[in-house]
Structures are given as C-alpha cells and as structure tokens.
Design a protein around this ligand. Structure first.
Ligand code: TXA
Ligand code: MG
Length: 351
C-alpha cells in the first residue's frame, strides 16, 4: 500500500482534511497528531475498519481502543449513560489529555472495545485532530500510532518508521506538545479510578471530583495484579538494548552509572545514558543523551519516547536512565519508563 503523507505542521489544510475524512468514511486508516502522541485512526463505529487497526499495529484483539470525538454532544451516541462526573471532568479538562471510561451504547462495536461493555472516550485538544474527527464522521478510534510494543510516536517521522506502506495516510503535524498518552479515568465502577497516569494527575482530578483512586495494579506493591486497562498489562516501549533505571540521590546515581559504564567498557559492552541538561556533562564511557531539563518537566515528558527510539538507532548494549519524579507528571513519566525498563530498577542509597 502507498501511504500518502499530508503536511499540516503550520495548521489545518482543508483539502488534506477532506481527503483524510473520505479515507476514514470509506473504512481506511489515517494517522494524525494529537496533543499527547500521534494516533492511528479508523471509524470507531465500523467494525471492519476498527479491526484493521489491530492488524496494522500487531495489537492483541483484547486491547480496547479509545474513541475520539470533537464535540461534547457526540458522547450521547456512544455512551449508554453519562454520569455527572463525566460532565464535571469535561468542563474542567476537555478538550485535553483526558480519557473517560463509560458504559458503551449498542452502536459501539465490540471490535472497538476489545469485547468490553465499556468504551473509552477522549476529546483531544488539537485543531488538526478535531477537524479530522469531524470530517471522518465524528467517531475516530485511535490507539497510539506505533507498532505494538514500541514507544508511542511523538513526531510524524516515528509514525513513518512504523506505519509506512501499512496505512492509507499520515498527517504530519510536527512535534506533539505533551509527549505522554492521556490520563485514563474509569467512571463505571464506584469511586473514579485512574487506570493510566498522564499529564492530568490525581490531585488535579481530585480538585474536580473529590475522591479519586489509582488502580492498585499501577503501584509498586500491585505489580502482580491484573490492571483494569487491558493495555497496561503488556510489555511496552522497550528499547532493543537492556534498560535499567538508577534511582536515589542525584550524586550517588551519577557515580553508580559511571562505575557501571566503566565495568561495561572493560567487558566490551557499550553503554547509553539517559541524563538531563544538568547532569549530562558528568558521565564518562557512555553515549549520553539529555532528555530535557529538571527545571522544565514538560521537556522531559516530550522527549521520553523519542530518546528511547534514538537509542534503537545506536549500537549501545545497555542503557541506564536517571529517575524523573517530577512534580506534576512524575507518576506518568515513571510509569512509562518503568515499563520500558521491564521493571529493572537499581536503587542506590545515601552514603
Ligand atoms: O493520548 C492518548 O490516549 C492516545 C492518543 C492517540 O489519543 N491514545 C492512546 O491509545 O494512548 P492506546 O490504544 O495506545 O492506549 C489506550 C489504553 C490501553 O491501555 C487500553 O487498554 C485502554 O486505554 N482502554 C481502552 N478502552 C478501555 C476500556 N473500555 N476499559 C479499560 N481500558 C481501556
Ligand atoms: Mg499505545
């Protein structure tokens, strides 16, 4: 298949949106930018179209898709009931990086929800995404536009790497703004529960809803529990090299990473390091990449997935990453990094 690339990094291009909308209405696949990561879109109400997403990504069929809408009123057609919390959250955070789980209506095919009676709904804050959703009929199922298991795409080049020749169109909207997938909140089962942390954190949700829980499977102690979001159980984001997170006081972390890099060099293994603007000059015997500045957590979130992809293009055998427990997005950043590392964490103590 020939994949058409439409450039819209400077904003909406009407003709391209019309062509993309026609592809979606005809049951095809279009990758598009959102404020979080790039999505791989299909008509969410068309069983066959939604099915194509799983094939293109190599995604297990029990892993449900998020339905993207462009207007609040569209929610009525896909949700069986709309709890008051949904309206409160929409008023506070939509359009934006928040996904709500609701009971699904009969119009949403099980192919879209991975066989569940619930549906994930998101209204993204990206002009190109919303124009595309409207042009495509109003309901676009879209997982992140990566091959299953790879880091989510934060620029069009990442989508091209994974999807060129596999889907009908890629809309290039430049680099995304946030870089980490949306926060997912379940509103179908008692107290609202965070199933996946994101830019909108527990405290921000709590200010709107009062009580908000976090799925216990996301915590350190819950590592063996089955997560409520099916996708959270899969190994994800893993780079080709072995990745370890080294956590503890900053000076000790740097010293431990340098000691490990030296050992690796002696054993003929090459080392990669994920550091920050502040720490990168300190490392030796390694290919060092800065993920961003500790003064600007947004920069860390934005570069996380692209730095993991960059290491795949290098020859390193082992990667050590600092931990990034930043104030707002720390939980989301560490959730993704810990998955990428397959839970391999080295803790160093204050000495
Ligand atoms: O930021 C985002 O959410 C991006 C952009 C494209 O919008 N999309 C995204 O989709 O991250 P995906 O498919 O990569 O992740 C969706 C997650 C998966 O972990 C899936 O299991 C979960 O949402 N999910 C979807 N529907 C669900 C449901 N009905 N109940 C529980 N979890 C659900
Ligand atoms: Mg994904």
């Amino acid at each position: 298949m020939k994949t058409v690339i439409e450039r819209m990094s400077d904003g909406i291009e009407e003709d391209g949106i019309r062509r993309a909308g026609e592809i979606l209405r005809a049951g095809g696949l279009v990758a598009f930018p959102t404020e979080t990561v790039y999505g791989l879109g299909a008509n969410a109400l068309d069983e066959e179209a939604a099915g194509k997403i799983y094939a293109a990504k190599g995604r297990p069929s029990d892993n449900p898709l998020i339905v993207h809408i462009a207007d609040w009123d569209a929610i009525g057609r896909i949700a069986k009931e709309i709890p008051p919390e949904a309206k409160l959250l929409a008023d506070a955070f939509w359009p934006g990086p928040l996904t709500m789980i609701l009971k699904k209506s009969e119009e949403v095919p099980y192919a879209t929800t991975g066989g569940l009676d619930t549906v994930a709904v998101r209204l993204p804050n990206h002009a190109v995404a919303r124009a595309l959703i409207r042009a495509g009929g109003g309901y676009v199922a879209a997982p992140s536009a990566n091959t299953s298991g790879r880091p989510s795409p934060t620029k069009a080049e990442h989508v091209v790497e994974d999807m060129d020749g596999v889907i009908d169109m890629i809309i290039d909207g430049g680099d995304v703004e946030i870089g980490i997938e949306s926060t997912i909140v379940d509103l179908t089962d008692g107290t609202p529960t965070i199933l996946r942390p994101g830019y909108i954190n527990q405290e921000m949700l709590g200010r709107v809803l009062g009580a908000v829980e976090v799925d216990r499977a996301l915590s350190f102690e819950g590592a063996n529990l089955r997560p409520k979001a099916p996708g959270m159980k899969y190994r994800h984001y893993a780079p080709k090299a072995q990745l370890f997170i080294v956590q503890g006081p900053q000076r000790q972390v740097r010293e431990r990473i340098n000691a490990l890099a030296k050992e690796n060099a002696a054993a003929g293994r090459s080392t990669g390091v994920i550091g920050t603007d502040e720490s990168q000059a300190f490392y030796t015997n390694a290919l060092v990449k800065s993920i961003g500045s500790r003064q600007d957590e947004g920069s860390i979130a934005r570069h996380l997935f692209s730095i993991l992809r960059e290491f795949d293009d290098s020859e390193v055998n082992v990667i050590y990453s600092e931990a990034f427990d930043t104030p707002q997005m720390g939980q989301a950043i560490m959730n993704r990094l810990i998955k990428a590392a397959g839970h391999q964490i080295i803790s160093v103590q204050d000495t």
